[in-house]
Design a protein around this ligand. Sequence first.
Ligand code: HEC
Length: 447
Amino acid sequence: MGKRTLDFQNKTFWLLCWAILLNGVGVYAQNKLTYYQDVKPIIDEYCTGCHRTGQSAPFPLTSYEDVRKRASFISMVVETRYMPPWHADTSFGSFLHARVLSAQQITTIMDWAANGALRGEPTNTTETKALEEWPQPDMVLKLQKPFQIPGDNTEQYRIFALPTGSDKDLYLRGVGFMPDNKPYVHHSRLMLDTTHLVRPFDGTSVGESMEVLDSMNIPLYNAFWQGWVPGNYPLFYPEGVGKMLPKNTDIVINMHYAPSAKPEQDQSEVHLYFAKNKPRRLVETFVLDESWIVNGPFEIPPDTVITFYLRSPVVPMSLSLVSVLPHMHLLGTKFRCFAITTDGDMIPLINIPEWDFNWQQSYQFANLVKLPAGSVIYAEATFDNTRNNPRNPYFPPKTVKYGWGTKDEMMELIFEFLMYEPGDEYLDFYGLEAKREASKSGGQDRK
Ligand code: HEC
């Protein structure tokens, strides 16, 4: 017998194709996609965290009507991956709570929208995901007085100092930021100040105050302690792991408020969760800032697109990386970071192919990433200071340099880490595998 190849002239072949196609359509017609059966589970998992009353997104997606009347718009934002917001490349590192729809989920939403956005019947397994199940914090720190957001349609960048007033070191199993005026609290960044020198700047604008603070050379104990953007939940470390908050520390909040047309008020909170026992392992932070750039000075001339390269010092001992937070301002367009080991192996850390100033967040690695002693971390960040960058704060463009103001630039990377212990890279650090197993067997048990 000769080779069996597909013969496109062959009638049987075409008949077969038709049969498959018709059969496919038949099956499809019988299984029309509905909101309750097919779409709601996806929306609940990926959208309603923000798209619900009182949260940051402009409208809720919690009822059939909410979703139906925007069906084609929703199709479009999921197809283009504009929503849900998630900017890290998931083929370059694996992250906790990655908000990425599968191709299948996108197709489901699009097909549902294109075929009449049918309702279907509710079942008890499709209840709206429980609202924030945040446990009770052990200590709540509020802005010392409510901040008055002026109703003049301007963005506000403000500094607040929240004294913990604790006379002993605090050991934490978790930290959460709880926005008060959710539609207007755009993002926040927490820092630690053991000097109390930031206190007099409480409520002042970030640009001015940080310039003064920079010039005073205030040693912020942790220049970036934790970042928050809408949709971020408090993060809890497993038993035996925690963060230390030195005694008498002030938590400094660098807050961005969205513009408002009428006066608003905000008194956001930081929630601290104490560890039962002093953690055996402490999560610490290191920052790679502009001083490690190898092709400086860090200056972005007008009408140019420029990439800066950063090279860290040699990592002296093996570390287990917990999270990475890349930071730039409005001119940033791309950020990529990896490490090279002494064997020449590349360890992917983070790749953000389309930087979005609005969605800066700390990316938690799904598993601890081992950074062997002797490794070097490299980062490259691209800045677009041309007129083609719609976010460019200056028109015409002008030279932009380092600074805390949003119209200045930064190129920083903040890592959280633990001292490496053998086997760390194989740990089910957040108990994700365990949870997956439990839900599998839970599913089987259900009648
Ligand atoms: C982390 C918070 C968050 C999540 C999760 C989220 N959204 Fe949004 N969404 C927003 C915010 C904030 C806006 C308004 C600002 C903007 O358009 O970027 C928005 C805007 C939108 C818009 C209007 C876009 C426009 O151009 O006006 C649609 C439609 C939308 N979201 C649908 C979805 C869908 C569908 C999902 C889930 C698949 C989702 N969103 C998940 C925060 C979120």
